[in-house]
Design a protein around this ligand. Sequence first.
Ligand code: PMP
Length: 427
Amino acid sequence: PYTGPSADEIMAKRKEFLSPSLFHFYKNPLNVVDGRMQYLFDENGRRYLDAFGGIATVCCGHCHPDVVESIVNHIKRLQHSTVLYLNHAISDFAEALAFKMPGNLKVVFFTNSGTEANELAMMIARLYTGCNDIISLRNAYHGNAAGTMGATAQSIWKFNVIQSGVHHALNPDPYRGVFGSDGEKYAKDVQDIIDFGTTGNVAGFISEAIQGVGGIVELAPGYLPAAYKSIKKAGGLCIADEVQAGFARTGSHFWGFEAQGVVPDIVTMAKGIGNGIPLGAVVTTPEIAEVLTRRSYFNTFGGNPVCTAAGLAVLKVIEKENLQENALVVGSYLKNRLIELKDKHEIIGDVRGRGLMLGVELVTDRQQKTPAKAETLHVMDQIKEMGVLIGKGGFYGNVFRITPPLCFTKEDADFLVDAMDYTMSKM
Ligand code: PMP
């Protein structure tokens, strides 16, 4: 049993010694002390079904034994910087990752986070093209350092950064966007930005295939092929941010962009790829990778032996436990159950997403699509009391984000939907 400090004691220390900008979920914040696959346990040993941890950290389940064993073995033997010396863990994971990529995407740069990966990807695009302009989508989240915060396009995540060179294109949002599900119409805005906002040449384009922080917005079909075409014509590189949608989560494909039938020039990833261990990566072609030989590129811990050992273990678990298939089967089942719930509860305006990356948008008026922000918080709090954890997102904070570890089962899906149904019925 847990004998550490209580939630109240931790909160008191946070208030005094930690950043005032830290936020937490729930009226009574949850003190999690143990994790086991799709479950988390609080200080009293109470079990919670974790339907959000997949995004935050875990891909194959909290404390998955294979991943833990790999990390422990490596850390007992050696932990060191990524650079300077040789170590097989780093090259083994790079090789395994390259095998998962389409086309000629086979050179890997490791980082510690998604922000670092996107910073690097944007820098590579600028070096390779000699241009500065980058196009990203409104409602996107790409990171919180100077360059990536410029690419991020939601006011809540932006400080006073100099956003030099980033233009934000119309978001191909099938639910709220003006062109509905017609991806090509939205892509015309990318061409307009190139024509009217740049010299006609750009460094590149960056987007997720399914926006995570933005509220599980799957880009309208046909959008990426058309946008990529305009970017390539303008000499730019196409960057796919797979920090949330990658690594088998969407079920139908290993990478989110594959559902749109495109092959990016650069792919970035992080979060789940280390199952909770800080790890990010940028994958590109040998030709593009060449630009980083112009200077020395150094990152002390990006892809160090312990983290890359975790990454390799994750890939093996996905393979061994058929987690992509599970994401497809359980995700489709869960989505269908959520769609049924929408028929029953007026407050659900939209159910969307793919595999185990699903969103449920709450509105007080289906016609006006008025965000039901308070209700979203209420349901989240209520189902937490029943033992189910989900996330929220979207610009208006009115979208449930359901992104569990990929070992989620149909029984888990039923429990989640039943808890939501019960709460909504009582509202
Ligand atoms: N890209 C996407 C799509 C993300 O969701 C995030 C994190 N929310 C990032 C990049 C940044 O990752 P990190 O927090 O690891 O820097």
